[in-house]
Design a protein around this ligand. Structure first.
Ligand code: PDD
Length: 289
């Protein structure tokens, strides 16, 4: 099966899909993106991701490239055309094509690209992963999901070289902000779930919001606050969350083991809850509601 990409209103073979050399996404990283998981053919947390896309765009004064309902149709069509049962849909929106100049162009149409690919997600039972820590070198508006991902790519490369799964970003005061492409969580010795407050220093993860909602509804104790690397290394549990990992338990942080290599009870409960919600969505879709 050949893959299909969506570029500015056209469904084209993935191998031929392209954007203009003077697209501001390419020249200035002047654009934003979203990643949505597909589980059993359903887009997971679609509304949250579209809300965040609208917010990221409005913070940068870029117009939505099309009406939200139309974009939603494109995402669904891309899932079908690429025969994605489980996988990820990526969409990038940039300020568009204009002669190279730093200020915003007076007239440019936003560029939109959508791609979809299959991915086999690990099931409910998952082996904890290792994370390293690295200095957070990103800009001051990490709440905007920009395509300017060079610091994240450098951090991920460092993680790969250390045979780790993720790189936790550490701010100048020694506090963890988040992972290079995920939110960071710990569970303290007295069973309080802690994740950093969602201000300009982190991306307001859609998975993070779903997990906090679950914690709230189920009477878990949680705090939205910053924690240090040392506190994390002494925690009862640690895990990460994102659209591509859901909830992924952490085994070691910079070589310090925080568990016996098995998933902790809180991570397990939250991962199960996320899978339950995805299954429910898939069942509802099957029954046509
Ligand atoms: N990354 N923080 C950062 C810096 C991220 O890039 C991501 C997502 C998250 C988690 O957000 P969410 O739960 O909405 O996926 C937090 C995606 C998956 C990526 O770039 O591949």
């Amino acid at each position: 099966m050949s893959r299909i990409a969506y570029v500015n209103g056209r469904y084209v073979p993935h191998s031929e899909a392209s954007v203009h050399v003077e697209d501001r996404g390419f020249q200035f990283a002047d654009g934003v993106y979203e990643v949505v998981a597909v589980y059993k053919g359903q887009l997971i947390d679609e509304a949250g991701h579209l809300d965040r896309l609208e917010r990221s765009l409005s913070e940068l004064q870029i117009a939505m490239p099309m009406a939200r309902a139309a974009l939603s149709q494109v995402l669904r069509r891309m899932v079908r055309l690429n025969l994605v049962r489980d996988g990820l849909v990526y969409f990038q929106v940039t300020r568009g094509v204009a002669p190279r100049d730093f200020p915003f162009p007076y007239a440019a149409m936003p560029t939109i690209v959508v791609t979809a690919r299959s991915k086999t997600f690990p099931g409910r039972d998952v082996k904890p992963v290792m994370v390293i820590t690295t200095r957070d070198q990103r800009w001051a508006r990490r709440d905007i999901k920009t395509v300017g991902l060079l610091p994240a790519a450098l951090a991920k490369q460092k993680a790969r070289e250390a045979k780790a799964f993720e790189a936790w970003q550490v701010d100048d005061d020694g506090y963890v902000t988040e992972g290079a492409s995920s939110n960071a969580w710990i569970v303290t010795k007295d069973n309080v779930i802690v994740t950093r407050q969602a201000d300009h220093n982190i991306l307001r993860g859609i998975t993070r919001m779903a997990l906090l909602e679950f914690a709230r509804e189920n009477g878990f104790r949680f705090e939205e606050r910053a924690f240090t690397v040392e506190e994390a290394q002494n925690a009862r549990e640690a895990f990460i969350s994102s659209a591509s990992t859901f909830v992924m338990p952490v085994w070691k942080i910079d070589e310090v083991a925080i568990s016996n290599g098995e998933m902790g009870p809180v991570a397990r409960t939250l991962r199960d809850a996320y899978f339950d919600a995805m299954e429910k969505l898939a069942d509802q879709a099957k029954q046509g509601c």
